[in-house]
Ligand binder design. Sequence first.
Ligand code: NI
Length: 223
Amino acid sequence: MQVILTPKHGPAPLPGMRNTLARADIRGVRFGDAEGPWLVKFLPGKLGETAGDNMNETPQEYIKRITSYVEGEQPLKVQAATPKKLERLIKGVSMSKLRKRHAPDKWSVVEILAHLADTEIVGGYRIRMILGAPGTPIPGFNQDAWVTSGHYDKRDPRKSVEQFRAFREANLALLKSLTPEQWKHHGIHSERGVETVEHIVRMFAGHDLNHIRQIENILVPQK
Ligand code: NI
């Protein structure tokens, strides 16, 4: 099922925001909470943010896979450990190795680190939007377009880790201050539907582990 959510009044959706949602996910969404009313269109579309490494994945499959990495784990603990893990992973690794793309459509380590650093800004912004206006729409973004437009290949990997660490610390400090009720507040993601703060935090922890694994696979020589 392909769906696109468009505010009747307001900007048109960005390219790459079209996406897949199961009909079940739309049930329970209170359209018109914030900027609505919303138009719901069913269109074929290319996966954007949700697709990650696997362009054949639906948002549901993506969520299932990403959250499976953190099953039985405390997302805040996982998130807090990530900056140091990234630092250790790239320590002493040559710049040419970090910049190498192993296939034309596969990100280099430098690009993955820039993606993590920028995505942490997105996550922190989304959480703040939800806290300030529960039920708010959350626009998706085209992560591949950001690689190009943000010149990820030119980024300094150590600076990306530093950017990631600083935003992560600020976001974790905010999360630790939330009331139990605030953890249940949600936004409506343009590709994935209703997402609570709790769910987003779990997704981001899984997203960390997904990319840590990806970096390990690139840097650890295959036997
Ligand atoms: Ni990612």
